[in-house]
Design a protein around this ligand. Structure first.
Ligand SMILES: [Zn+2]
Length: 274
């Protein structure tokens, strides 16, 4: 049998051994199975409560994400307690791509982008024509999608009931897709609706994303490759050396998503904060 002791429980047990201080049963229960993922910080309310703990009084914290003070009872001589808190709202957020991602036949490598710089006559290319759209969308999920969700949640909390729309714009790096996609701009707009039930907000939104980048810098790419022995890379180098004048060109594409989310109306009680 394995006994798992939290620092809080261990400290209380030591106090019990040394001074006969009664063990708080809730600590023991908490140790064995924390009944909730969150708790409400409770102080004893007298004038001996340190100010940093008084500031936590009544606030909700997650067991897996302690405040700077640590959890109640962890600090020396702390008499604060953790009251189990069950969020009354079961939160979720899902955003999925609704446009068709139709990729080109062959995925462009970096030297294809360089060749296009010299021989494309400045013609813009679409990510989907060069097999990069799906990768860019996948790379967008963590930062771009989440950033847009935060903006939507903020607006939904301000709206509470009804429709809302706005635009967004930011620059991101897409080096994980290809180092040719350095600083790229993703801008777009969303149309959302929100309704309230109790402390829950139900949100749906349609989001349109536009990706744009300007290819300007083949020399930087060549330096990054640094003495590649790839024959195709060498061939591209020779082409650059032939001093064919290059032209900047746009790398573009767009996609749409749909978002459905249930979030707590109060950002402080929500896993989805702004
Ligand atoms: Zn305390």
């Amino acid at each position: 049998m394995q006994i798992i002791e939290t620092p809080v429980y261990r400290k209380a047990f030591i106090q019990y051994l040394r001074r006969g201080t009664p063990l708080d049963i809730s600590l023991k229960a908490m140790t064995e199975e924390r009944p909730t993922t969150h708790y409400i910080w409770r102080t004893t309310g007298d004038d001996k409560v340190r100010s940093s703990h008084a500031a936590n009084n009544g606030k909700i914290f997650a067991w897996n994400n302690p405040p700077e003070t640590g959890h109640p009872g962890e600090d020396y001589n702390c008499r604060c307690t953790a009251e189990p808190y069950k969020p009354e709202v079961s939160e979720s957020s899902l955003q999925w791509v609704t446009s068709i991602v139709d990729e080109g036949l062959r995925r462009w490598a970096w030297y294809d982008f360089v060749l296009h710089y010299y021989f494309g006559g400045g013609r813009a290319i679409q990510l989907s024509d060069v097999g990069h759209l799906q990768d860019v969308i996948d790379a967008s999920r963590e930062h771009v999608f989440k950033g847009v969700e935060r903006q939507i949640f903020k607006e939904a909390r301000a709206t509470v009931s009804g429709s809302f729309n706005d635009t967004f714009e930011n620059t991101y790096r897409f080096y994980s897709v290809s180092f040719i996609h350095g600083r790229s701009t993703v801008e777009g707009r969303y149309n959302g609706t929100v309704s309230r039930s109790g402390n829950a907000l139900y949100i749906t939104a349609e989001v349109a994303y536009n990706f744009s980048d300007v290819f300007t810098d083949p020399l930087d790419i060549r330096e990054r490759e640094g003495g590649s022995s790839d024959p195709e890379a060498i061939q591209a180098d020779e082409l650059i050396d032939s001093e064919v004048g290059g032209q900047y060109y746009d790398v573009l594409d767009s996609w749409t998503t749909r978002l459905t989310a249930t979030i707590h109306i109060d950002s402080d009680k929500s896993g989805y904060r702004e």
